[in-house]
Write a protein that binds this ligand. Structure first.
Ligand SMILES: Nc1ncnc2c1ncn2[C@@H]1O[C@H](COP(=O)(O)OP(=O)(O)OP(=O)(O)O)[C@@H](O)[C@H]1O
Length: 731
């Protein structure tokens, strides 16, 4: 709807008012910071004068003076940092103070009130709110309603009324570029304009165009846990980050970025999303990967296989003689059945008897075996075994201490050596008695695997179980710790009470939730039982055929119905309608999701006689698409090995990088990357390297290929040599 001159004038005047206020507050902050800086220099000068005159005689007095200076300096540094951040907020505000406005006529009131919505609040000295933060309760209506009846929930209750106007602005460098009224949902025009651009950076904030279904997830707080299923490109990662920003705003008195953790697939992805929270004026939160967490928790001394090395093995070692045995072992260790077995085993170990000896030192009984048994089997029985043993150890050392002191004090000359030797023996005995060896415990489970099958329905034959058992035991002797054994070990460690507490974490976000096994969710539960967990994923994008959640029913015993809400998203934003349609066919099933009506060319599917010819074509394509102005081009291969090959061919011909390690920085450029590392990322142009039958030849890789195709925003080229993979037959 057009906006007349009178309205334009009013809007320009309002913008002036807002900018004046923002400038004024920015100046105040600048002055304040200058003042703190001056004070800081003064404090440092005084400090060095004091320190310069330190003398031995009055050292202690001066030390305390010195410490108080240090406290002041620390305080000044903190204030300076804090004000710097507020300053940045105003600097951004001056460029683009708001992006939306709603006029809301509250029931029972005389007229409508205007609410301008931006990245952060602006309040003047009279407490008039000139701009409302997008996360404020009233701002929710901007995303949730069209013109007409509307309501919002605030601490006072539900406020009802009517929206009489909804206006959107594009303000850059403090000037209104355009504005328009939208009677319907946040207008597709703006959305289309945003989506049709070439990606020029890492992931961006979407605060101006959050859609209603996305807003529901961002603000959902009815349930402790939230599971969000949404198709490729439906904004799950974006939502996850905006939800974090929302929680940080809503609970700003209670939580900080330190209380939230996000689990993401790898460091490349962490880097890719690292701009969003700062764009929203928030500190980045701690981002970790399951692998990283597990690595720390299991200890660096164990030689552990990397997740992506396992992926590479699964995809490229079909010809290895042990391949099938390993696949069976991976499947088994990721199964629900194995969780039941592990639980029975934990129960067994917790209850199992343990023998204790009398502890004697210097001929005195420190504690009897009977008392130790009593502590272990009765007094501490409710504690997990590791904690019980720790407590017993502490108890023995506590009882031993007075005798130890006395004997050392009384011993003279050579006798001291014999006392120390005896003490040493006692310490060793205590260590033996309270020993807890995780690897041994895991080995014992496999040695006696059949024993833990009471009431467990098995999908495996006796022979298969025997084989998995011997395979596992053999590998433990000769190899590094395979990835599939790491989560079970971590689970046991947690169940036996040997993982550190994480009670300061109040919110956990798990992105790409489809790629965690039910056992990994058991570990999340052990670790973050007290926290609120948001899981976002797409079951159609499981990159690993054997290690995934399978179905959210598999974790319903952990995240029960009464405290977990499952929400679905229906719309995709990333790809053009043509690319979305093409990639959905690969799924071989009905997907009801819509996509934003943004159009582009049909995907190109083209066959070559030889793989070499694909590489030549990719070379020409890179030049062509760069020439057309596309910034990011992702050549996606099936394996790391292929990524290296393609890179080796192209590296001297065009500007190109290869991403094959999961701890690299994200590059928004021309890159070659294996599909399993590309999940979660996006590129203007995606070129699939060899979707030939000889490459993608198993049904199990359908979802991996789907994940690769759905990374494309504007252009998708699928090249193959020989015959195309049967996976593409529907496309
Ligand atoms: N409401 C929105 N307004 C503008 N852009 C959006 C919106 N929602 C999503 N997008 C854009 O769509 C793209 C896909 O978003 P995102 O990566 O968050 O989706 P996803 O569901 O996590 O994808 P995938 O599961 O395929 O990895 C991004 O470029 C994002 O900026």
């Amino acid at each position: 709807m057009g906006i007349n001159d009178v309205e334009w004038k009013k809007e320009s005047e309002w913008l002036d008012t807002v900018l004046k206020e923002a400038h004024k507050q920015l100046d105040e902050k600048r002055h304040l910071n200058d003042k703190i800086k001056r004070e800081n220099i003064e404090t440092q000068r005084e400090l060095w004068q004091e320190v310069g005159s330190v003398s031995i005689a009055n050292e202690l007095d001066q030390l305390s003076d010195f410490m108080s200076y240090i406290d002041i300096l620390r305080w000044q540094k903190r204030s300076h940092g804090f004000i710097e951040k507020v300053k940045e907020k105003y600097e951004k505000m001056i460029l683009s103070p708001y992006f939306g406005r709603i006029d809301f006529h509250e029931s029972g009131e005389a007229g409508a009130e205007k609410f301008y919505i931006g990245i952060s609040n602006l309040v003047n000295d009279d407490y008039d709110v000139l701009i409302y933060d997008w996360r404020a309760p009233v701002s929710g209506m901007f995303y949730d309603y069209e013109i007409g009846e509307a309501s919002y929930v605030c601490p006072e209750g539900v406020i009802k009324g009517r929206l009489t106007l909804k206006r959107q602005y594009k303000i850059t460098n403090g000037k209104i570029e355009y504005m328009f009224d939208s009677n319907l949902k946040i207008d597709d025009e703006i959305l289309q304009e945003i989506l049709s651009k070439s990606t020029d950076d890492k992931m961006k904030a979407i605060v101006t165009t959050i859609q209603r279904e996305q807003n529901k997830v961002i603000r959902n707080e009815e349930f402790k846990n939230l599971i969000v299923q949404g198709p490729a490109g439906s904004g799950k990662t974006s939502i996850a980050l905006h939800r974090v920003a929302y929680l940080l705003y809503k609970y700003r008195e209670k939580i900080t970025s330190q209380n939230i953790v996000i689990f993401s697939p790898n460091q490349i992805f962490n880097d890719y999303i690292s701009n969003v929270l700062p764009q929203l004026g928030e500190d980045n939160i701690s981002q970790t990967t399951f692998k990283e967490y597990m690595h720390k928790a299991l200890g660096y001394e164990l030689n552990k296989e990397d997740y992506y090395d396992m992926m590479e093995y699964i995809l490229s070692s079909q010809d290895s003689p042990a391949y099938q045995r390993r696949m069976n072992s991976i499947k088994y260790k990721s199964s629900m059945e194995f969780i039941h077995v592990l639980k029975q085993y934990v129960n067994h170990v917790q209850k199992a008897g343990r023998s204790f000896d009398d502890i004697i030192f210097g001929g005195k009984l420190i504690i009897s075996s009977k008392e130790l048994r009593e502590l272990f089997h009765n007094d501490y029985i409710d504690l997990p075994i590791k904690r019980r043993l720790q407590k017993i150890k502490n108890r023995i050392l506590y009882l031993l201490e007075p005798y130890e002191r006395k004997s050392i004090n009384e011993a003279a000359g050579n006798k001291i050596y014999s006392v120390k030797a005896e003490l040493n023996e006692v310490y060793q005995q205590v260590d033996r008695l309270t020993d807890f060896n995780l690897i041994d415990l895991y080995m014992k489970l496999f040695e006696n695997l059949e024993q833990f099958y009471h009431n467990v329905n098995t999908e495996y034959t006796k022979e298969e179980i025997v084989d998995i058992k011997s395979y596992t035991l053999e590998n433990f002797k000769y190899h590094t710790l395979y990835y599939e054994d790491q989560t079970p070990l971590l689970y046991l460690k947690g169940a036996f009470g040997d993982l550190p507490k994480t009670t300061d974490i109040k919110y956990v976000i798990i992105d790409e939730a489809q790629d965690y096994t039910p056992l990994q969710y058991e570990v999340f539960h052990q670790l973050f039982d007290h926290a609120s967990i948001t899981m976002l994923g797409d079951l159609n994008q499981s990159i690993n055929p054997y290690m995934n959640v399978g179905d959210y029913n598999n974790i319903s015993h952990i995240f029960s119905e009464d405290n977990t809400c499952i929400m679905s998203l229906s719309k995709s934003y990333r790809s053009t309608a043509e690319i979305t349609r093409f990639s959905r066919k690969l799924l071989n099933k009905e997907v009801t999701a819509e996509s934003v009506a943004r159009h582009g060319d049909e995907p190109i599917v083209f066959g070559f006689n030889k793989e070499e010819y694909i590489k030549e074509r990719i070379h020409r394509d890179i030049i062509k698409y760069k020439g057309k102005g596309y910034k990011s081009i992702g050549v996606i291969t099936r394996t790391k090995k292929q990524a290296k090959e393609v890179y080796d061919y192209l590296k001297d011909r065009v500007e190109i990088k290869v991403l094959i390690d999961d701890d690299e920085e994200f590059l928004n450029d021309v890159i070659v990357i294996p599909a399993y590392l590309a999940k979660g990322l996006e590129f203007d142009v995606v070129i699939i390297f060899n979707a030939g039958e000889g490459n993608y030849n198993s049904e199990e890789e359908r979802l991996l290929l789907y994940t690769a195709l759905t990374r494309a925003l504007h252009v998708l080229c699928v090249y193959y040599s020989g015959e195309p993979t049967m996976l593409l037959q529907g496309s």
